[in-house]
Structures are given as C-alpha cells and as structure tokens.
Write a protein that binds this ligand. Structure first.
Ligand code: PRP
Ligand code: URA
Length: 238
C-alpha cells in the first residue's frame, strides 16, 4: 500500500477495504493528529458506530476504546529512574515522573471515557469541564470548571468522544491554559477534519489522539459518518 493511499483512507476511511495498517498514523495536513489503528480499537469503533447498538453496549465500548487509546496516549510520558529492591538484590527501575496525570472529561460525553483511562492509570486525578454546544449557534456554552490547583506542573488528558467543529475542544483547552496547564493531550473517538484544523490553528501544541478521522460535518454540525450524538447514546437521553 502506498503512503498516499493510506492518507486518503484516513480521511475517507470507508472508501476502501482495510487490510493492514501501521499501529498509529498521522496525515501531512494534520501534524497535531494521531489516528490509533489498533485492530481492537477499529473493531470496537465499528460496533459503536452502528445505530442499532444498544445503550449498555455503547457505554461499555466507549470505556474499552478509551482504555486502549490511553495505552498509546501515555507512551509519551516521561520516566525517571528509581531503585527497586527485588527479593534478591537492588536493581534500577523506572517510574513516571512528576505530578499525577490529570484526566479532564468534557461533560457530559467525556465522562464515558474516564473509567477506561483510570483502569490503566488508577492514580490519575480527575478534573471536570462543563460545556455544551448550543444547538442553534453550535457555540460552546461554559457551565463548570474544576481542576487541581497546581495545573502548571501536570500532564492533562482532555477527554471527549467527539471533535466536531472544534468549538468545545478549543474552549476547554483555553480554560485549562488559563488555569496554568501547558502539557495537554486531547483524546477523542471520532474527529472531523474541521475540528482538527481548528484545534491546530488555535492550539497547535495540543496533540490529538483519535480512533477515526471522519469525512465531514453535516449542515447541523454532526460528524459524517460519525456515530450520532455521543452524550445521548451514552446516557440514553433520546
Ligand atoms: C458534544 C460532544 C462535544 C461537542 C463536540 O457535546 O461531546 O463536547 O458536542 O462538538 P463541537 O466540536 O462542535 O464543539 P454536546 O454539546 O452535545 O454536549 P453533551 O456531551 O452534554 O451531550
Ligand atoms: N456531538 C456529537 O455527539 N456528535 C456529533 O456528531 C457532533 C457533535
């Protein structure tokens, strides 16, 4: 498979049959984006997309995909050496350096990703950002913000299954930066090119991890092909 055909498929993912892919892939247009191609992630995402998937399974899949994505997204954390006393002798080991990683779900739908990431990083702190997208203007409306006080010293994982226009993500990143955060990664399940582009323009330092880069937004700001309204499908509100 040529480099060009891989890049084409990342954007128009359903146009060709998938055979094999590298574990993570980026596109030249979006240096801020890593698409996690792990077979389990792609398998579970396709069940998630299915409009017939019931709420209980949908919730479980969001949780499982978040856990698998966290494995990749934590690969850039820095380590420091530490002495370990085995039953036989002392040796050198490693631990993640610095203050505890902080997860920040964007309410509501981001909540569905928290437990999956915590299963891999149980000592992580959890902040919250309350935002919803106004249905008519598609602009984010802020209603809650709480993260640990020493934000400048922490790594943040901002969690939200959907990156559509990018308005919510841009606003959430700006709030984290106002609180002092400098190291922010954004984990989403499905991203639209419009949202990735907007985040690149406004916060180029934020690395995005996603399971799929979809084709486009529809006239009312939903991702195509997407998976519908993530919050409603997670919490059964429609
Ligand atoms: C959804 C989603 C994101 C946002 C993405 O949330 O979970 O937060 O829309 O859209 P954007 O990129 O265009 O800003 P929604 O506003 O529907 O709120 P909810 O999670 O409470 O359902
Ligand atoms: N929010 C969602 O939940 N789904 C979309 O497709 C876009 C925004």
């Amino acid at each position: 498979m040529t480099r060009k055909s891989v890049d084409d498929r990342l954007i128009f993912f359903h146009a060709r049959e998938i055979t094999s892919l590298p574990p993570m892939h980026t596109t030249p247009e979006f240096p801020n984006l890593l698409v996690i191609q792990h077979p389990l992630v792609q398998h579970k995402l396709s069940i998630l997309r299915n409009g017939e998937t019931p709420q209980k399974i949908f919730k479980e899949l969001v949780d499982e995909i978040a856990m698998l994505m966290a494995y990749e997204a934590t690969s850039g954390l820095t380590l420091e050496s530490v002495a370990v006393q085995t039953p036989l002798e002392e040796t050198q080991g490693w631990r993640v350096s610095g203050k505890k990683l902080t997860l920040v779900p964007i309410l509501r739908a981001g909540l569905g990703m928290v437990e999956g990431v915590l299963r891999l990083v149980p000592s992580a702190r959890v902040g919250h950002i309350g935002l919803y997208r106004d249905h008519d203007t598609l602009q984010p409306v802020d209603y809650y913000f709480k993260v640990p006080g020493d934000a400048a010293e922490r790594d943040f994982f901002l969690l939200d299954p959907m990156l559509a226009t990018g308005g919510s993500a841009v606003s959430a990143v700006a709030s984290l930066k106002r609180a002092g955060a400098t190291r922010i990664r954004f984990l989403c399940l499905v991203a639209a090119p419009e949202g990735v582009r907007r985040l690149l323009q406004e916060h180029a330092d934020v690395q995005i991890f996603c399971a799929a880069l979809d084709r486009e937004l529809n006239a009312v700001g939903y991702i195509l092909p997407g998976l519908g309204d993530a919050g409603d499908r997670l919490f059964g509100t429609r």
